[in-house]
Design a protein around this ligand. Structure first.
Ligand code: FES
Length: 151
């Protein structure tokens, strides 16, 4: 490839990065570049899967130890903002008890990542909803385990 073409591509990439940083802020930009906690894991204690009104799906996977989240991850087929929000939803749940997870709302996620443009705020609420669904799944399984215990 010619150097001119390489320079053109690099210039374009830098422009996209700059626009993204300006529109989304430094915290969200960094997380978009490096989305932590991405990917499913096998046999989660809690799994939530929600399809938003935008048509995108968010999944959250939780593993508990001593009733606190030991491992968390997300998976989405959605936009860049949903990737950032899913990543923060997973991160915020780490080390938390079920009661503490209840406090992780869309607003909390938005605050953590420094806000989003109005039309993308719903991505944070979708992530929070998937997290609450994963918690719900964990609680149901816990209850089932308790009732199945021999007397
Ligand atoms: Fe659908 Fe972001 S999750 S647009």
């Amino acid at each position: 490839m010619s150097k001119d073409f390489d320079d053109f591509v690099e210039g374009l990439q830098n422009q996209i990065y700059e626009e993204t940083r300006t529109n989304y802020g430094q915290v969200a930009f960094q997380r978009w570049l490096k989305p932590l906690y991405m990917g499913a894991f096998d046999n989660p204690d809690g799994h939530g899967r929600i399809r938003g009104s935008c048509g995108d799906t968010m999944q959250i996977f939780l593993r508990f130890e001593n009733d606190k989240v030991k491992e968390a991850s997300f998976q989405t087929d959605g936009c860049g903002s949903s990737t950032v929000c899913g990543s923060f939803a997973a991160e915020l749940s780490l080390g938390k008890s079920p009661d503490e997870i209840l406090d992780i709302t869309g607003e909390v996620i938005l605050k953590e990542l420094g806000g989003l443009p109005e039309e993308e705020k719903h991505c944070a609420f979708l992530s929070a909803e998937a997290l609450q669904e994963a918690l719900n799944d964990y609680m149901i399984k816990q209850k089932r385990r308790e009732t199945e215990k021999p007397l």
